[in-house]
Design a protein around this ligand. Sequence first.
Ligand SMILES: O=c1ccn([C@@H]2O[C@H](COP(=O)(O)OP(=O)(O)O[C@H]3O[C@H](CO)[C@@H](O)[C@H](O)[C@H]3O)[C@@H](O)[C@H]2O)c(=O)[nH]1
Ligand SMILES: [Mn+2]
Length: 405
Amino acid sequence: FRWCPIRRKVYPENLPKVVDEADLPPLDVFICTADPYQEPPMEVVNTALSVLAFDYPSNKISVYVSDDGGSQMTLFALIQGSKFAKFWLSFCRKHDLSNRCPKVFFRDDSDHQLTSGISQEEFQNMKVSYEEMRTKVEHVMEQGCVGDDMLVNEEERQVFNQWKVNGFTRQDHPTVIQVLMESLKDVDVSGTSLPNLIYLSRQKSKHIHHNYKAGALNALIRVSAIMTSAPTVLCLDCDMYCNNPQAARLALCHLLDPIEGSKIAFVQFPQRYRGINPSDIYNNEFTRPYIINPEGLDGIGAVNCVGSGPFFNRKAFYGGPTESEVNIFPGFNGGLENALDGKTMGSKLTLEAASRVADCNYEQGTKWGLTLGFRYGSMVEDFFTAFRMQCEGWRSFKCNDGHLD
Ligand SMILES: O=c1ccn([C@@H]2O[C@H](COP(=O)(O)OP(=O)(O)O[C@H]3O[C@H](CO)[C@@H](O)[C@H](O)[C@H]3O)[C@@H](O)[C@H]2O)c(=O)[nH]1
Ligand SMILES: [Mn+2]
């Protein structure tokens, strides 16, 4: 094991030489949450908004939120987030905001000193909409459930009726899947297509092991393969918002590289933490795993995956880099072909197929968790999966420029 530190630099301004703006690849983003009390739904919404607002063609972004907490409050928060997104995404684009996580934007810019070119009135209106959303979500959190009075129409009531079924608990419930924004139909206030936003709470049963986050991610890999199947996949913990709207373009500088690109399983951005005391006496910045080690490991093309902030090549979930035929749905007994032809992601056929692949017994008798998707059997599924991918011949790089946290 020999250290050969590497610091790569990317030039996103050269990306158009490799790919036209219109041909940029679609991007699927997976956000995992598991408990509405430990991971407040407003944080999940903020994380989702920070990627929905990427500086990237919005009709090519699909954000999937996996909720292992099976919480109606998290879904409620995301519905409110999708309404707010109509204003927020257009606002971010119009003013080319550098920080697109609304909570951080309003906190860091609360006195409206940092941002030029935004009128006081426009700033205040946006802040009021954000605060209204936050108040609603926090009210629901205090109540511990979504009351009828918080819902605006019959459609919303039907969605939350899914929780009224007898015996619905977070450990035992059917799959809940809701398309909250659909690019083909929905537009923001400026008339631009919105990205896709999908809520998924995979089926759970007390009798079948759910394999924690790795299980959640594998359900997301399959559901997204049916709905959008983007070649690039970003994974984020729900409490790790993205603070650089250019991140997808920076990652593509590696993944679309004509020479190295097809061998790369993922590029990993560092995790960064806020609110650390200035001298960081307890090393909460985790300099070794996020700053020192990755530079050495990059030298051998084998950077660790640290769970939040990797941009994956979807193919890496299905086998080694030289495997050509990818069987996405081993063990799926028919019916899927029609679903994949479905016109819209919200169509009945597509939703039924997506729901089937999120069944808690879908993986039985398949290679999921063994050679497919995120690997099971480790407390650190991110490190372990990356290691297995590297053993198969994949390479992985650290992304130095820009930053995700
Ligand atoms: O059954 C579960 C358990 C956890 N999670 C989610 O997994 C993420 C990480 O879990 P957490 O308990 O926050 O672990 P950390 O130690 O904070 O996370 C670090 O370590 C994990 C294990 O290596 C990685 O998965 C993470 O990406 C990395 O940030 C969170 O978004 C959770 O919501 C699930 O979706 N389902
Ligand atoms: Mn965490």
